[in-house]
Design a protein. Structure first.
Length: 134
């Protein structure tokens, strides 16, 4: 296992649970409510892409459903914190489909790199995003 692998498998499990528990049930979705964050409006098609914030971390939903006390879930939640909230960047985002931990920065923090490609489409763009993790 290299330094970029997750020894716990939590990210993969969280993604899998997200597809099953959250992505399968978007409706009713209030596109102007507090969970909705408009990300980008494509000038060619006038389509606005909106991110709906998850009401709960997918990894914790089964535990909530089983009746695990909120106090216990609150103890675990910080270890599973969100690293980057892409909806708050204020820049157009497109098709982010790659992510890796990058090298350590000169100040000792880890870097996080996200990448999107244009899928050979004129309406999309290639993008690299670099973040410093605290």
């Amino acid at each position: 296992m290299d330094e970029h692998s997750s020894p716990t498998g939590f990210p993969d499990l969280n993604a899998l649970l997200g597809f099953g528990l959250l992505h399968a049930n978007y409706f009713p979705a209030d596109m102007t409510g507090p969970r909705a964050r408009p990300d980008y409006t494509d000038p060619n098609s006038n389509i606005t892409y909106v991110t709906l914030a998850a009401p709960e971390l997918p990894l914790l939903v089964p535990f909530k459903m089983l009746g695990v006390p909120k106090q216990l879930l609150d103890l675990v939640r910080p270890a599973l914190k969100l690293l980057v909230d892409l909806g708050t960047l204020g820049i157009p985002l497109d098709n982010v489909e790659g992510m890796t931990l990058g090298p350590r920065l000169p100040d000792g923090r880890r870097s996080l790199v996200l990448v999107s490609d244009n899928n050979f489409a004129a309406s999309q763009f290639t993008q690299f995003l670099l973040f410093a993790l605290d």
